[in-house]
Design a protein around this ligand. Structure first.
Ligand SMILES: C[S@@+](CC[C@H](N)C(=O)[O-])C[C@H]1O[C@@H](n2cnc3c(N)ncnc32)[C@H](O)[C@@H]1O
Length: 326
């Protein structure tokens, strides 16, 4: 066995040990009594708290998360490894009806003394494209992906970070209950054999569709599911991929919907379709209003399109080469 193999094996075994401990014990440090709460499962937070500890003495390493919300995971990771630079990216564009999350996250970072944490107020894609300037030569050792969960966003979170990942990187992908999240993880693993999944956990439903003791149970666990990947350049681990759906209708629908004139109205249109299909007249009226409201927002742009097969290729070059420079 070479020295490199030994080091890789030891690292992966440590990661597995941490996840097993988290399965048994949940949170490492509980600050809920002091007001540190959020929308991640307690085992997810516990795993992040322990994983950052692996890199506490590595000045080249950092923690990065997409999706800060009110700061639970960013503050928890930063406090668990005070010497590790921690970065959290959020544009506070969703899950924030009162527009208070930026303020709450900032206040918590200060109140809990998470001086090693930096909040990056930005769209995740713009921030990831500019990581060189942000990380100051550090590599992402623990990467927590918990932002927008559409297939493309999941994939972009993985792909744009690739060149910045530490050679012992651990990637924790939240909300893996969603089929499109699992599909993105599976597709990433298929194209990147140097990464392997070490752990997966799922629940029976999204927490929004649970209540009472059932909800409490999953809140104490991995909440809406998790996929954990490690870099495994030596191929020590066997393949393990998250389950995906064999019927790809909804993925193909993306193309059919994207090319339609009113594509941006798709969520409201599907809610309206649901009300029509179930014969719920009150819901239909509400959904119709929501649809027309959204139409008002997109009217100017969408009225200028074709009814279908919009390609967004108007004004693009007719032909262009890339050539090797002299
Ligand atoms: C589920 S919350 C994160 C929960 C958080 N990790 C916690 O510990 O409670 C998802 C976050 O992703 C953010 N988000 C959604 N789309 C984004 C985007 N395009 N760029 C950056 N952040 C985004 C939302 O603003 C939201 O705060």
């Amino acid at each position: 066995m070479t020295a490199t193999t030994g080091a890789g094996r030891e690292h992966i075994e440590r990661v597995l040990e941490i996840i097993k401990k988290t399965e048994r014990d949940g949170l490492m440090t509980d600050r809920r009594g002091e007001g540190l709460a959020g929308i991640s499962g307690l085992k997810t937070v516990g795993a992040l708290q322990r994983l950052v500890g692996l890199f506490a003495d590595d000045s080249r390493a950092c923690y990065l998360e997409i999706g800060v919300f009110q700061g639970l995971t960013l503050v928890s990771a930063a406090l668990a490894a005070p010497g590790l630079a921690c970065f959290g990216i959020d544009n506070f564009a969703t899950l924030d009806p009162d527009g208070k999350n930026r303020e709450i996250a900032t206040e918590r970072l200060q109140r809990f003394g998470a001086v090693n944490a930096t909040l990056i107020d930005s769209d995740f894609e713009a921030a990831l494209a500019d990581l060189d300037g942000r990380l100051d030569g550090r590599k992402i050792a623990v990467y927590f992906i918990d932002g927008p969960h559409d297939y493309r966003s999941q994939m972009v979170c993985l792909l744009l970070a690739l060149g910045h990942l530490h050679d012992r990187c651990v990637i924790v992908i939240d909300d893996a209950n969603y089929a499109c999240v699992r599909q993105a993880t599976a597709d990433f693993l298929a194209g990147h054999p140097g990464f392997k999944m070490v752990f997966e956990a799922y629940g029976p439903a999204h927490p929004a569709n649970m209540e009472g003791a059932e909800l409490e149970h999953w809140e104490e666990g991995w909440l809406n599911g998790v996929n954990v990947l490690v870099r495994d350049a030596e191929g020590l681990l066997p393949d393990m991929v998250p389950p995906t759906e064999s019927d790809k209708t909804r993925h193909f629908n993306e193309w059919l919907i994207h090319r339609l004139r009113r594509a941006e109205l798709a969520p409201e249109a599907v809610v309206l379709a649901d009300a029509i299909c179930t014969g719920d007249v009150a819901a239909e009226e509400k959904a119709r209003k929501a649809l027309l409201n959204k139409y008002g927002i997109w009217r100017d742009i969408s009225d200028g399109r074709y009814p279908d097969r919009n390609t967004a290729s108007g004004g693009l070059t007719e032909a262009r080469f890339n050539e090797i420079s002299e």
